[in-house]
Design a protein around this ligand. Sequence first.
Ligand SMILES: NC(=O)c1ccc[n+]([C@@H]2O[C@H](COP(=O)([O-])OP(=O)(O)OC[C@H]3O[C@@H](n4cnc5c(N)ncnc54)[C@H](O)[C@@H]3O)[C@@H](O)[C@H]2O)c1
Length: 457
Amino acid sequence: MKNILGIGAGYVGGPTMAMIAKKCPEYRVVVVDINPQRIVAWNSDQLPIYEPGLLELVQSARGKNLFFSTDIPKHIAEADIIFVSVNTPTKTFGLGAGKAADLQYWEKTAREIVKYSKTPKIIVEKSTVPVQTALAMQRILDANEAGIHFDVLSNPEFLAEGTAIRDLEYPDRVLIGSHETESGLKARDVLVNLYANWVPREKILATNVWSSEMSKLAANAFLAQRISSINSLTPFCEITGANIEEVGKAIGMDSRIGHYFLKPSVGFGGSCFKKDILNLVYLCEYHGLKEVATYWEQVVLMNEYQRTRFTRRILSAMFNTVAGKRIALFGFAFKANTGDTRESSAIRIAQELWQEHAKVVITDPKALDNARIDLKDILADIVLEPDPYQAARGSHAIAIITEWDEYRTLDYAKLYQSMEKPAFIFDGRNILKHRALYDIGFNVYPLGKPPLIHFGK
Ligand SMILES: NC(=O)c1ccc[n+]([C@@H]2O[C@H](COP(=O)([O-])OP(=O)(O)OC[C@H]3O[C@@H](n4cnc5c(N)ncnc54)[C@H](O)[C@@H]3O)[C@@H](O)[C@H]2O)c1
């Protein structure tokens, strides 16, 4: 039996390795991490991350050909193929701080691979990294004194949190970048054959390494750009009476544009979009491409604008003061069906409302533990409440931040009864029935549509 090792048991490493184990019973798959609590959680039924279908997937393979461990040296030594899925956050210090990728975890991993390897291996770069990182990895690996041969492949992960299991099982494409040397192509074939266990061959795309690395950054930049593009039109619609949903539908029916990612929101979050665009911006600046860098940076700036605009709209609608007013944020995760709050717009919105001396109450079905960490500096003034009905009780306003399905079907008449009057709803995801809410008595502020308000009649 051949051995696969996954280094990094996070949102990518855990689900990806579990899927490989399930689909490739001829391989023994081990996942390691430097964080022992994470490994304990992966070995329990309280997994460290929430993802629909993940627990069932892990349970189907764990203990058979899927194992979670902290013994990194042992499993590096035994592995034939190593997938590296460690974090590559934005650098917070030194040159490129705030934009460039922080590659310290990744480089540490490369050095550990060198240290503990005794046999040749295929190293698969799954983390999202700057273009030409594989070259750096190859150089570190080739510097080993034992003369062990390593082949580095780029195989970026395109899964989206909330739909990770479906994305892994039925990917739009699997991208494999390899060096065009004899051993590089041989390594590529090993990975192609691995994925071919469940992915149709025509969806497995082979490219050179740099195209593969670039494509991951470009895909995230394009996706985020669509969100910023539709969000950029929301203030315009609110002023003019155009309806952003009608506009989104009308442009999305153009087959050249397509309908995905044209929903307005409080801004994109998640650990990847902002980080990967800023990484692209940094690379452009590094190569002297100032105009290109400015072009992509604007996608991030528009996102910041959309978040702050949401808070400002709450403030101006509520008579320019929220001081002492209870405001219930419905949702804290950066999107539905995940507990992940990294870069969630909710963090900024909660902080801005707190700065205005609002009494912020936060409810979320999966993300309150993370909210507690994200808001640790202001936690004494914030209420975390799992039950949305309790969160709304005594509030002046509800603000929908995350598009959880359960928020679509709450009893809004009941919520209204328990709130201070006049009661406001700010729908940061446009998931509610605005006219019906208005008829209940709410003053309703959708995104990209004129508000429905009871004053001035
Ligand atoms: N989260 C997503 O939706 C997503 C999607 C596609 C790609 N990616 C990319 O995948 C990579 C991982 O993202 P994530 O969200 O899974 O991050 P994460 O922070 O959830 O997981 C990374 C894990 O790596 C571990 N780690 C760090 N250094 C290590 C080392 N030297 N040895 C062993 N373990 C180590 C950390 O402890 C952590 O558990 C990033 O490059 C990210 O950009 C993420």
